[in-house]
Write a protein that binds this ligand. Structure first.
Ligand code: CUA
Length: 322
């Protein structure tokens, strides 16, 4: 009995679909998804993986099949039939990729806009910070800036701070050569390691002091530029306990590769405990410093021991606290 080619096509189609769907979910290429937003990004990545697996198998399958089926037989020196063009086939192989590309672009835009709190307008027109004028390189930043004061007002109108639902934890992030400094304005904690409570909405307000850096935590599927003189605001909700690497993802100088730190995602209880410890530690240090340095000292003199502790260039710190 001869099986008709339409049945073969159907069977192969079903098999390819099943393999693609399975591999799209089981490729194991992504690190742990440690934020709620990561699920959205992974959904998009897995969809693209499914489609690419199907295309790869079809293209390679047809290639190998044809190379074998139409191979030269022993003693046969004739040429194959001269075939030139096939309009329906060409329309088909143009239409299918066009539909796929259109579908992926709509889906990816949807993921991009629903990544919580990343306001696409403000992300492109991050308002210029007040300190920007007094910063080194502010002239350069001004030249690079593509928004006039009018544009900033418009950006503020698109996302007024008071209309955003309040986040559970706000962290000010400062990128500098070659460290990250985190300040929790609610408690006044300043630290070089980021701690986050599970399940709480975190809002990051980020800027840089010297050059452009980038905040990248692969497990959060988050990468955002830290730009001198601008404030980038974004939000996410950590969901998986663990220690993750925060990596600078923008070439920012000779020690760019060393500009990384830890992000610790922990239970709200452990987070509260950590905050307490930080407050006690900074109070102790403060008492010690005051006891050791009676009398009037300038902020620079006062801060010098801490800058060495945190691995921060004193010059840079001088600029920050001005
Ligand atoms: Cu900062 Cu690279």
């Amino acid at each position: 009995m001869k099986i008709p080619s339409s049945i073969w096509t159907l069977l192969i189609g079903i098999l390819l679909t099943l393999i693609s769907l399975w591999y799209g979910q089981n490729h194991g290429l992504l690190p742990t998804a440690a934020s709620e937003e990561a699920t959205l990004v992974d959904g998009l990545f897995n969809t693209m993986m499914t489609i690419s697996t199907g295309i790869f198998l079809i293209v390679e399958g047809v290639l190998i099949y044809c190379a074998w089926k139409y191979r030269q037989r022993a003693g046969d020196n004739t040429d194959g039939p001269p075939i030139e063009g096939n309009v329906p086939l060409e329309i088909l192989w143009t239409a299918i990729p066009a539909i796929i590309v259109l579908g992926i672009s709509v889906y990816s835009f949807d993921v991009y806009t629903s990544l919580s709190g990343v306001d696409i307008h403000s992300a492109h027109q991050a308002p210029i910070t007040q300190e920007a004028q007094s910063m080194p390189g502010s002239a350069m930043a001004a030249t690079l800036s593509d928004s006039s004061p009018g544009d900033i007002a418009q950006a503020d109108m698109l996302m007024p701070e008071q209309e955003r639902p309040p986040a559970d934890v706000v962290i000010n992030v400062m990128g500098l050569q070659y460290a990250w400094i985190f300040t929790y304005p609610e408690s006044g904690i300043t630290t070089g390691e980021m701690h986050l409570p599970i399940g709480k909405k975190v809002e990051i307000k980020m800027t840089a002091t010297d050059v452009i850096h980038a905040f990248w935590v692969p497990e959060f599927r988050l990468k955002q530029d830290a730009i001198p003189g601008r404030e980038s605001v974004f939000r996410f909700t950590p969901k998986t306990e663990g220690d993750y690497a925060l990596i600078c993802a923008e070439l920012c100088g000779p020690y760019h590769g060393a500009m990384r730190t830890q992000v610790v995602v922990e239970t709200p209880e452990a987070f509260a405990k950590w905050q307490q410890e930080q407050l006690v530690a900074s109070q102790d240090e403060l008492n010690q410093a005051v006891a050791m340095n009676p009398g009037d000292i300038s902020p620079d003199e006062f801060l010098t021991p801490y800058t060495q502790q945190m691995g921060v260039n004193p010059e840079v710190l001088h600029q920050i606290h001005k």
